[in-house]
Ligand binder design. Structure first.
Ligand code: AMP
Ligand code: ZN
Length: 114
């Protein structure tokens, strides 16, 4: 998608603090971190949101979680804990319409959610 900022980060057209990249996913630091660790893990393929996933994407979605866990370990927050968030649509607070998994940690998360 030519006008998608996350696609541009993957292609190198836009700057990004990339932590991980493989055939399926890319991870980079959120530009406005809400905690000491705030990383976004995204599919390399442009998928707008969870609503646009289909059955063939099951492995991809699982891989997003595995990579998030690996990055949690690398960031030193695997044991202390973290939050994984996928905002979807207007009520979900989604702003960027390229599917992304937020990995947030390094401090105690606040409750309640919602
Ligand atoms: P969401 O509300 O789930 O769509 O979150 C979008 C996230 O993308 C926000 O946390 C933004 O701070 C982050 N973001 C937007 N543009 C960039 C960018 N160019 N590089 C890194 N993170 C970004
Ligand atoms: Zn995109």
């Amino acid at each position: 998608m030519s006008d998608c900022v996350f696609c541009k980060i993957i292609s190198g057209e836009a700057p990004g603090d990339i932590l991980y990249h493989d055939d399926l996913v890319t991870a980079f630091r959120d530009i406005h971190p809400v905690a000491p660790t705030h990383v976004l893990v995204i599919p390399n393929q442009h998928i707008a949101s969870v609503n646009e996933l289909d059955e063939d994407d099951e492995m991809l979605v699982g891989h997003l979680f595995i990579v998030a866990r690996q990055l949690a370990e690398r960031e030193g927050i695997k044991i202390s804990g973290y939050r994984l968030i996928v905002n979807t649509g207007p009520h979900g607070g989604q702003v960027v319409y390229h599917l992304h998994l937020h990995l947030i940690g390094g401090q105690r998360m606040r409750f309640p959610m919602g």
